[in-house]
Design a protein around this ligand. Structure first.
Ligand code: UD1
Length: 372
């Protein structure tokens, strides 16, 4: 008899949900061998940043919600650690699964490692080599402590080996965020989103922006807003605002400039299906998100990333992504270039095929299953 594998999965912030949803579905297929639970740290808590994703991704409600909310990095990390330690001591899982690179990922990894509970990290090995990004710190710490490192691309394997991680711990399994994208693609409703934003048949560009490096410093964010003011003369912009970005527009006094632009359509944060529908119907995407660089590569939509670096170089080498930084002149000229018909075509990276969760469950069971 094989003892059921007790897997505790951690989510905290918006980009985690689509990475864990396919795992939860896959565990359910092996309910005779796996007992899976879901813990939400509460790092993201708004309906639009959290609840709606559970509904659309058909995820079970979290078994535990730590309800930590927002705070400084230290505050948020510490609150998660205190809450998570209690849960681990009570639940005693065989393994925890953490995904991505948010504060919740790192905080829960630290706690589990001190309690000698094995850690599997989904999306391991990505590196921007830019330690000014909080996510890079989260990635480095998580991968230094994880026992099972599940990667989305061969460059991630190379990064981990260079850092001294033993090859037996590294498993190239593909991309669970793309599992979700491919599974939900039939439900995309581009026409519905066009009518909601009053776009008729007009071409439009989809915008997302939330990185501290783009929105926290007034001069930088102002420059980007001026670039958008020019670009909306060429193509309509659709821009759902992350709460951090909305706060920063107000703090820097940029909201009146943005509100005055006739061809820029802002909204509250959008649900998963609404944003992927819009992305798939757009002419191009302007973003600083990590996941969006991957999603546009799979959808074949040109993506201009307003960053100097990316932890996802495969989207540049094989996909439709281009790194352009945040200089206003360059943002405008690169957009013009795409509108003139010069966009990258790209191809699908290996194992971005909708089966990553299946591979992950195979790795977990073959590594951790024990006789009773
Ligand atoms: C976090 C992740 C980032 C990820 C992003 C996706 C870290 C270090 N950063 O950044 O990698 O790309 O999520 O969204 O973990 N807020 C709300 N409602 C919410 C959540 C946040 O209003 O439900 C506001 C609060 O003002 C908060 C701010 O957004 O202070 C930032 O939230 P936080 O969780 O600290 O980081 P994000 O910028 O969302």
């Amino acid at each position: 008899m094989i003892k059921k594998l007790k897997i505790l999965n951690v989510v905290g912030a918006r980009p985690n949900f689509m990475k864990v949803a396919p795992l939860m579905r896959e565990y359910a297929k092996h309910a005779d061998r796996i007992e899976a639970t879901l813990l939400h740290t509460g790092q993201h808590y708004d309906d639009a940043m959290s609840t709606i994703f559970f509904t659309q991704l058909e995820m079970p409600a979290p078994h535990v919600n730590l309800g930590v909310g927002s705070g400084s990095h230290a505050e948020q990390t510490a609150k998660i650690m205190i809450g998570f330690e209690e849960v681990l001591l009570r639940e005693k899982p065989d393994v925890i699964v953490v995904v991505g690179d948010v504060n919740s990922t790192m905080a829960c990894t630290l706690v589990a490692s001190k309690l000698l509970i094995p850690i599997a990290h989904v999306e391991a090995g990505l590196r921007s080599f830019d330690r000014t990004m909080p996510e890079e710190i989260n990635r480095l710490v998580t991968d230094a402590l994880a026992d099972i490192l599940l990667t989305t691309s061969p460059d991630a394997d190379e990064n981990l080996k260079r850092e001294g991680v033993a090859s037996e711990k590294i498993h190239f399994v593909g991309n669970t965020m793309i599992d979700t994208l491919l599974a939900l693609r039939p439900q995309f409703n581009v026409a519905g989103m066009r009518s909601r934003f009053g776009l008729n048949t007009r071409p439009f560009a989809f915008v997302t922006l939330h990185r501290p490096s783009n929105v926290d410093v007034k001069e930088v964010f102002e420059g980007i807003c001026h670039a958008f003011a020019e670009i909306q003369k060429l193509i309509t912009l659709v821009w759902p605002l992350h709460p951090r970005t909305r706060n920063m527009l107000r703090t820097h006094g940029l909201d009146s400039l943005i509100d005055s632009l006739p061809n820029l359509k802002m909204s509250e944060p959008l649900s998963y299906l609404d944003s992927t529908s819009l992305m798939s119907g757009s002419t191009l995407v302007l973003t600083d998100s990590g996941g969006v660089q991957e999603e546009t590569t799979v959808l074949g939509i040109p993506c201009l990333t307003l960053r100097e670096n990316t932890e996802r170089p495969i989207t540049v080498e094989e996909g439709t992504n281009e790194l352009i930084g945040n200089d206003p002149g360059i943002i405008i000229s690169k957009t013009r270039n795409i509108l003139d018909g010069n966009s990258k075509k790209g191809r699908l990276p290996k194992y971005w095929d909708g089966k990553a969760a299946q591979r992950i469950v195979n790795v977990l069971t073959s590594t951790l299953e024990r006789p009773q």
